[in-house]
Write a protein that binds this ligand. Structure first.
Ligand SMILES: Cc1cc2nc3c(=O)[nH]c(=O)nc-3n(C[C@H](O)[C@H](O)[C@H](O)COP(=O)(O)OP(=O)(O)OC[C@H]3O[C@@H](n4cnc5c(N)ncnc54)[C@H](O)[C@@H]3O)c2cc1C
Length: 396
């Protein structure tokens, strides 16, 4: 690239900052516009699988993102009586960590700033055009060679470009919070585990995120009004999961509730304006991959635009990027949605279903395909059509 091409990005979340860093590290002049008064993540935790960690490494954000993070050794599902349904070890060489969201966002912010990204806060985008333009709530318009909408599930950029095919909100949602951990919280035999406990349509997911804190996700249906109250009904949740009463009783006031979104678009770009992350392909969180996909596609966008010299070349590069990235995202979206269906099965049927499915090599391959993927722009990635040598890692 001779003269620096410019990019304007709507949204300073995980996807926006990963995209910003990836472009700026490749010589682009990048500005991020964020609606909030500061770059801020909701306070709970997040799972980052091998694919996401590879992206963070490529962006130079991994060390900061995973400092003090929890490295789980296995993921376990339990039934309504506390019995183990399945206990799947985290495969050797396929990392999974959990960390506070704010730490991950800060790491991406710092990598972006180091690469020269400018961040403008309190800047609300209300529209966009295919000509690389973003329109602000105050009437201003920003123009660049490339505009990127990474403005989350209610994306104004997606709406303005008319790309949405459907936006479905699920029946299930999650209450999320973080509690301080205390000695003895997790029995010794369960140390190093992520534990997903089921009882009817209610689920309690216990996720340490560092040595001091545990992220709790309490999921239920939107119609389960007593259970989904952010003023947690501790007696109700403790009755469903009595062995974890000591954790439930310590839940404080900082609890968020939300159902999940599933978003499908006819295309991820129009002209020189592109959408990615939840704006383009939100998925239920059951595989813990929404953020991973957002970061992965942001880095891949930077890579896909590497050969671009002039703004006129951008639309074709965006189409090629989508063609390469979309199959895996669609796959992940499908399987995370499918996993969500177990919430609606009777307990005994759920136990049998999870046991049968997780013990099956084919199902396991589907579920972990994204985690096992070597993302574009990371070490080990083999471009499609490239000649492979013995020992190269190849993804499907
Ligand atoms: C319960 C739950 C658990 C999850 N757990 C995981 C997990 O463990 N692992 C994982 O990888 N993913 C997980 N996800 C998914 C993950 O949170 C999202 O996929 C990820 O945050 C998407 O990143 P994004 O940057 O596309 O969007 P967002 O994180 O939503 O960021 C969008 C940004 O744009 C800003 N914005 C919005 N509108 C405007 C506007 N009009 N103008 C300017 N700025 C705007 C917002 O303020 C925000 O900063 C989970 C999701 C849920 C709901």
């Amino acid at each position: 690239m001779n003269k620096a091409l410019s990019a304007i990005i709507a949204g300073g979340g995980l996807g926006g900052l990963a995209t910003a860093a990836a472009l700026a590290q490749r010589g682009w002049d990048v500005t991020v516009y964020e609606r909030q008064p500061a770059l801020r993540a909701a306070g709970s935790g997040i799972y980052i699988w091998e694919n996401g960690l590879r992206v963070l490494e490529a962006l130079g954000a991994c060390e900061d993102a995973v400092r003090d993070a929890f490295h789980g050794r296995c993921f376990e599902q339990r039934d309504n009586l506390g019995g183990i349904i399945e206990s799947a070890p985290i495969a050797a060489g396929k990392r999974l960590i959990t960390v506070k969201r704010s730490q991950l966002l800060d790491a991406l912010r710092d990598a972006s700033l180091r690469a020269g990204v400018k961040v403008v806060t309190s800047a609300e985008i209300i529209g966009a055009t295919p000509r690389g333009e973003l329109r602000f709530a105050n009437g201003d318009i920003a123009r660049a060679d490339l505009a990127v909408g990474v403005d989350g599930i209610w994306s104004r950029v997606r709406e303005a470009l008319g790309l949405e095919m459907y936006h479905q909100q699920t029946e299930e949602g999650a209450l999320r919070t973080v509690i301080d951990s205390r000695p003895g919280d997790i029995p010794e035999a369960d140390a190093g585990k992520y534990i997903e406990n089921w009882n009817g349509t209610r689920r309690l997911l216990i996720t340490p995120i560092n040595a001091q804190q545990i992220y709790l996700a309490l999921t239920c249906t939107e119609s389960d009004r007593a259970a989904r109250d952010t003023n947690i009904d501790k007696a109700l949740w403790s009755a469903a999961f009595p062995q974890w009463r000591h954790l439930i009783e310590r839940i404080g006031n900082e609890v968020s509730w939300g159902v999940y979104s599933i978003i499908k678009c006819s295309a991820w770009s129009a002209g020189r304006t592109v959408i990615l992350g939840d704006a383009a392909h939100a998925q239920p969180p059951n595989l813990g991959q929404g953020g991973g996909m957002a970061m992965q596609n942001g880095l891949a966008l930077g890579v896909a635009l590497e050969g671009v010299q002039h703004a006129e070349q951008i639309p074709a590069a965006l189409e090629a990027w989508e063609a390469r990235e979309r199959p895996l995202v669609d796959h992940c979206q499908k399987w995370s949605t499918l996993y969500g269906e177990v919430a609606f099965l009777p307990d005994a049927v759920r136990t049998a279903t999870i046991r049968g499915a997780m013990g099956n090599a084919w199902v396991s391959e589907q579920i972990f395909r994204a985690a096992n993927h070597v993302p574009s722009g990371t070490i080990g990635f083999v471009p499609q059509g490239a000649a492979c040598k013995v020992g190269d890692e190849v993804h499907v």
